[in-house]
Design a protein around this ligand. Structure first.
Ligand code: MTE
Ligand code: MO
Length: 332
């Protein structure tokens, strides 16, 4: 199935072979494996299936375009998808201003065509991919993931992309590669706040290699069945549903493999507040506020109750293993 993208002139290949039944079967297999003690070996596969449990089965045509509501249905997640209007008008994208309304107002100046992403550093196959080649590298899926900002709000979004691990496997990291760094474009001509002193540009984020290889780490080209709007990080961004929103770098132009833990933009700006891991954790407060609850965007009526923030944003079953034995208060 293809997602038509009128604005940018290319098609997203889209696959949705995974049925909720398959995910259900996977869960049953896991229970059986646990009983026989073979669970460890199956864990990687299990994580993949769990990720896909949140894959949406598309009944027919995809959403029609800008501002329109998504035609997404049959989602496995029980949560209501946040309205497109909210997801595209309440953003953090400091290259376009620090107010939540700024990116929607200012990001029209971002030039997303042509676009390429350079794969660099400790890999056997360094290469600059055009956006079109990057999109074709692996079939895309639509996955509904929560995104929770460190500031205490969250959204539920149907993202379109594929696991970053597909790209990583293609470029063959060397044994010495321990981290992956994501670098955002920093063009002061098209990004009006690049050059301001809020952050040290370019915006940089990074993951440990095993985090980057986790099937939940999504390289994302679209949402709601459309190409990403500029304010949401067009034309390619990361989505890391178990980490605070700022780990999901937008408008990526470089992916670099390194042997040392990279300094990230927010860690450089305030190391006591933003650690390298930045996993969503209701038990470890930000130094200036609690992380125990969150406000779902679109639910801010008079009687809207705050939601309890979940460990790893609700993805503990899938990613908890990555942090076994680590002190999450120290490694925040
Ligand atoms: N390049 C870049 N990426 C970024 C940011 C940014 O300012 N610049 N903000 C981050 C933060 S703090 C959050 S919460 C998410 C917001 O994504 P959204 O606007 O699509 O909801 O993007 C992240 N990625
Ligand atoms: Mo954020």
């Amino acid at each position: 199935m293809l997602i038509k993208t009128n604005a940018s002139g290319f098609d997203h290949p889209f696959s949705s072979e995974i049925t909720p039944q398959a995910a259900y079967q996977g869960r049953r297999d896991m229970i059986r494996l646990m009983a026989t003690g073979a669970a460890g070996a199956a864990l990687a596969g299990w994580a993949g299936r769990e990720a896909l449990a949140q894959t949406v089965q598309k009944p027919g045509k995809l959403a029609s375009l800008p501002g329109g509501k998504s035609a997404v249905s049959g989602a496995v997640t029980m949560e209501k998808v946040t309205d497109y209007k909210d997801v595209t008008s309440y953003n953090n994208f400091y290259e376009f201003g620090t107010d939540k309304a700024d990116p929607a107002k200012n990001a029209h100046t971002l030039v997303t065509k042509p676009w390429s992403v350079a794969i660099e550093g400790l890999v056997k196959q360094p290469k600059s991919y055009t956006l079109e080649d990057l999109i074709k590298l692996s079939p895309q899926e639509e996955r509904i993931y929560r995104l929770r900002c460190v500031e205490g709000w969250s959204m539920v979004i149907p993202w379109v992309g594929y696991s970053l691990s597909e790209l990583i496997k293609k470029v063959e990291p060397l044994g010495s590669a321990k981290y992956v760094e994501f670098v955002t474009q920093a063009d002061p001509r098209t990004m009006p706040f690049v050059g301001s002193r809020v952050l040290d540009w370019p915006y940089v984020e990074a993951l440990r290699m095993d985090e980057a290889m986790h099937p939940l780490a999504l390289l994302t080209f679209g949402m709601y069945g459309e190409v990403l709007p500029n304010q949401n990080g067009a034309p390619v961004r990361m989505v890391l549903p178990w980490k605070y929103g700022f780990k999901s770098g937008k408008s990526i132009v470089r992916i670099r493999f390194t042997d040392k833990e990279p300094r990230t933009a927010w860690n450089k700006a305030a190391a006591q507040e933003y650690g390298f891991y930045s996993n969503v954790n209701p038990n470890v407060d930000h130094p200036r506020w609690s992380q125990a609850t969150e406000r779902r965007i679109g639910e801010d009526g008079l009687f809207a109750k705050k939601r309890k923030t979940l460990m790893f944003n609700g993805y503990e079953a899938q990613v908890g293993q990555l942090y076994a034995g680590m002190d999450l208060k120290k490694n925040f």
